[in-house]
Design a protein around this ligand. Structure first.
Ligand SMILES: Nc1ncnc2c1ncn2[C@@H]1O[C@H](COP(=O)(O)OP(=O)(O)O)[C@@H](O)[C@H]1O
Ligand SMILES: [Mg+2]
Length: 231
């Protein structure tokens, strides 16, 4: 569904990503793991069309998308839950959801689905989004991304800054979405949770993919255990 190959990305004169590759097939749950500053956000921002300096190949459903503007890529079925959530604090929960749907309406089966995943959003429908807790805002950010019924859902560190209870809630929601057939690319620093949820993973360090494999193999890998799992 998503194929990234030989991707080089620079910010100004500074090269950030080096010959990056990554594949996500339909219905797959894939995680991209790496420390702060390793290039995860730069990679997904490039995939959704926010970095014009990129060189290489990014295809979505077999079609080259590198160089297309973000709104065109969004309409092809790629949705990102951004690192900073970027909900609109002065707008209501419902209005934020409307912004996620391609024609700015929020109704029918899609809205019902989002409300069944996150009943709190229905309870808070007319509340200003900025008055909700961090965890509720994360649920809203995920709900908003789902309003476009994306073919691929990308989440940039959704568990960062959340309490353990909320982290567990976010991961169980992703598990349910996976069971329902959603294709997911999850960027995470919560390595244990991410590898338990996803079937495959990539490790990025200093802008390069240094390892990839099944989550099972990665969980038993010596470097990963030492560097990311504290074993
Ligand atoms: N807009 C930017 N301009 C210049 N450098 C940037 C910019 N965004 C990120 N960087 C740098 O790119 C590197 C990768 O950052 P980032 O993609 O945010 O990593 P991660 O998401 O894995 O923490 C870091 O060294 C960061 O300082
Ligand atoms: Mg990041």
């Amino acid at each position: 569904m998503l194929e990234v190959a030989h991707l080089d990305v620079s910010h100004g004169n500074l090269q950030i990503l080096w010959d990056v590759h990554l594949n996500v097939t339909q219905g797959d749950l894939v995680t991209l793991i790496g420390p702060n500053g390793s290039g995860k956000t730069t990679l997904v921002e490039t995939i959704i069309g926010l970095n014009r300096s990129a060189k290489g190949r990014v295809t979505f459903r077999g079609e080259e998308i590198l160089g297309l503007p973000p709104h065109v890529i969004f309409r092809k079925g790629l949705a990102l839950v951004p690192e900073r959530r970027e909900i609109f604090p002065k707008m209501t929960v419902f209005e934020n959801l409307q912004l996620g749907s391609p024609n700015y309406t929020a109704k029918g089966a899609v809205l019902d689905h989002v409300y069944s995943l996150f009943p709190i959003l229905k309870d808070r429908e007319s509340q200003q989004a900025g008055t909700m807790s961090g965890g509720e805002q994360q649920m809203l950010a995920i709900g908003r991304a789902l309003m476009s019924e994306p073919g691929l859902l990308i989440l940039d560190e959704p568990s960062t800054g959340l309490s353990p209870v909320l982290v567990a809630q976010v991961f169980s929601t992703l598990e349910r979405l996976g069971r329902e057939g959603m294709t997911i690319l999850l960027l995470e620093q919560n390595v244990r949770h991410a590898l338990q949820l996803c079937r495959r993973g990539y490790i990025i360090e200093n802008g390069r993919i240094i390892q990839e494999g099944s989550s099972r193999d990665l969980l038993h890998d010596e470097h990963i255990q030492r560097a990311y799992l504290g074993i």
